[in-house]
Design a protein around this ligand. Structure first.
Ligand code: M6R
Length: 579
């Protein structure tokens, strides 16, 4: 939610800011702005996407600046509410990612003292507070203001006449880039990679001062050293590489992501937290939740370990049972609800494990142990390759805990994805593109896939889509079935096949257009389908992986056919850093 970027060096800052914000746009894209320090502070900001209308900002002069791309929380997306925000004099500029929970009280207090506000944002209290505290030392003024702010924030602050930029991290991600005579600050590493692979992950409560001389970090009033780490993501991975959309590129990267992740985990030691576990609670949101739900079926089936899955946003309302291991699953490692769930688990003395894609992300610092997926940077807002990577982690875990139940299928999983990616889905897309509403159904481990298929479809095509356990359809949703409500049914071979086949016939009997994903060569299934999509051979793992890729492609091509903004769907942001 929101991306912030700062540059401090010897070159003109504005082109760096524009490029950096373009790379961060997937975090929020309803408005943007920059502030550059020159004689005073020059601010340019407006509603819209920086990638579509921000090129002119690069002309602003000055060698130090901050920028922001917004996902609105307080106040509609418009020019006034766009960041940066200024103090009364227009000499202190702030960009912010997060929420200031006590802003209303602070704003009243500041207004009573004569401060004039120009926006509806929570952020604007910050430059006004700094204005009161500023006596020539910007870091000291920011340090004085921080204890007054409640909530989550990553901040970048500059002031006219100051040669330093101040960066603060408190429960919102912030990374510093250590370049060659240039220092950078950003919400994540993607815009930093073009300039340097050397980064510093700030800790909550850190106040960093960036200048052309270097970086100094204070914590609780004393200077601290934070390690400089090397990021092994490449610049090529954050570019589209000839694909029209990041989403398509990321879908096609999946065979490699699956192999990389399983291979890497095979070479790692088993986390101590997994030894002798009596039960598992998985907590996650969105796509990561769907992956966790699938994991639950496998853990209970193959390992005989009780497993629960909770939406991270609901976990705070439960008392976690017994001494279960709590596993937080999050591609970004920054999802606020998932972090809160892990914090709660820690408070209750549960052992914790993080499954994430991002080195140094907040979840890795909260959990007792981390298992990394190897998806590489995922830029499209719709999660695709990270879902496959999460499945790879779970398959590995289940294989480990069951002493080899899935072993043979892990080495061929990438082939199943690769085969699925070759399918022509245009007949299915033709059925979906005119629909106003759709259902996705499956049973057993294919029920979470039905949820994921529906999530992908609604998220990027804007067609209303619901995922259902096929057995539940007759308990209400059947009333909605009709000739303009297509159903995508996942019907691979296996235990659930006979009853799933009956369900498909029942839906078909109501005139419902049926898109069926099932085993290649199954004549009966083909006859009952309006569109039949064959699965390659193999067992459960192959069928899960291939079905996933098919559902992603179906959503992708439907969204493209409808002319949607595939990588940046309306109202969404990649990383949901507020609860
Ligand atoms: O980074 P996380 O895995 O914690 O993100 C969780 C969800 O916000 C995310 O999966 C979201 O549902 C995706 N946009 C779905 O495609």
């Amino acid at each position: 939610m929101c991306g912030i970027f700062g540059y401090c060096g010897k070159k003109k800052a504005a082109p760096f800011l524009v490029e950096g914000l373009r790379r961060l746009e997937y975090r929020g894209y309803d408005s943007f702005g920059i502030a550059v320090s020159n004689q005073g502070i020059t601010v340019r900001k407006r509603e819209g996407k920086i990638s579509l209308g921000g090129a002119d900002l690069a002309r602003v002069k000055g060698t130090m600046g901050i920028g922001h791309t917004r996902w609105a929380t307080h106040g509609v997306p418009n020019d006034q509410n766009a960041h940066p925000h200024l103090d009364c004099q227009g000499t202190i500029a702030v960009v912010h990612n997060g929420i200031i929970e006590n802003y209303a009280a602070l704003k009243r207090e500041l207004q009573d003292r004569g401060h004039e506000f120009r926006s509806e944002t929570d952020t604007e209290v910050i430059p006004h507070l700094i204005e009161e505290a500023f006596r020539g030392d910007l870091a000291a003024a920011v340090g004085e203001v921080i204890p007054r702010l409640e909530g989550s924030y990553a901040l970048l602050v500059i002031a006219a006449g100051c040669t330093e930029m101040v960066a603060v991290r408190q429960k919102s991600p912030l990374v510093l880039g250590v370049g060659d005579r240039a220092f950078l600050a950003a919400s994540d590493v993607t815009p930093i990679l073009e300039h340097t692979e050397r980064v510093i992950f700030l800790e909550d409560g850190d106040i960093a001062t960036l200048s052309t001389r270097g970086i100094e970090i204070q914590h609780g009033g004393t200077g601290v050293e934070r390690p400089v780490q090397r990021i092994d993501w490449s610049l090529a991975e954050v570019k589209k590489g000839g694909f029209p959309h990041y989403m398509q590129k990321e879908i096609y990267e999946q065979p490699e992501v699956f192999s990389l992740t399983t291979r890497a985990l095979r070479g790692e030691e088993t986390p101590a937290v997994l030894q002798g576990i009596r039960g598992v609670t998985l907590v996650a949101c969105g796509t990561s939740f769907n992956a966790a739900l699938l994991c639950r079926y496998l853990i209970e089936e193959y390992c005989g370990i009780p497993a629960r899955v909770e939406l991270a946003s609901e976990f705070k309302y439960y008392t976690p049972p017994g001494d279960y291991l709590v596993v937080g699953v999050s591609q970004s490692g920054e999802t606020a609800d998932t972090l809160a769930a892990i914090e709660k688990a820690r408070m209750h003395n549960h052992p914790t494990l993080a499954v994430t894609n991002v080195l140094g992300s907040t979840i890795t610092r909260l959990a007792d142990h981390t298992l990394y997926m190897r998806a590489g940077p995922e830029i499209s807002v719709a999660a695709t390759k990270s879902f496959i990577a999460e499945l790879a982690v779970f398959f590995h875990l289940v294989d480990h805990l069951s002493e080899g139940a899935l072993e043979s299928s892990l080495s061929t999983g990438h082939l199943a994805i690769g085969e699925a990616l070759l399918q022509d889905l245009s007949p299915a897309v033709d059925l979906c593109r005119d629909a106003r509403s759709m259902f996705f159904v499956g049973r057993g481990p294919f029920y979470p896939l039905a949820l994921e298929g529906a999530l992908k479809m609604k998220e990027i095509s804007y067609i209303h889509a619901e995922g259902y356990a096929a057995g539940e359809i007759k308990h209400g949703p059947f009333a909605l079935l009709c000739p303009d409500t297509p159903v995508v049914a996942l019907c691979p071979p296996g235990q659930a096949f006979p009853v799933m086949f009956s369900n498909i016939r029942e839906m078909k009997a109501r005139g419902t257009p049926m898109i069926v994903i099932g085993a290649e060569g199954n004549q009966d299934l083909q006859e009952v389908s309006d569109v039949f999509i064959p699965l390659p051979g193999g067992g459960l793992v192959s069928h899960v992986l291939a079905s996933t890729a098919l559902l992603q492609l179906l959503a992708y091509h439907t969204a493209v056919a409808l002319g949607r903004d595939v990588d940046q769907p309306r109202n969404l942001a990649k990383s949901v850093t507020v609860e």
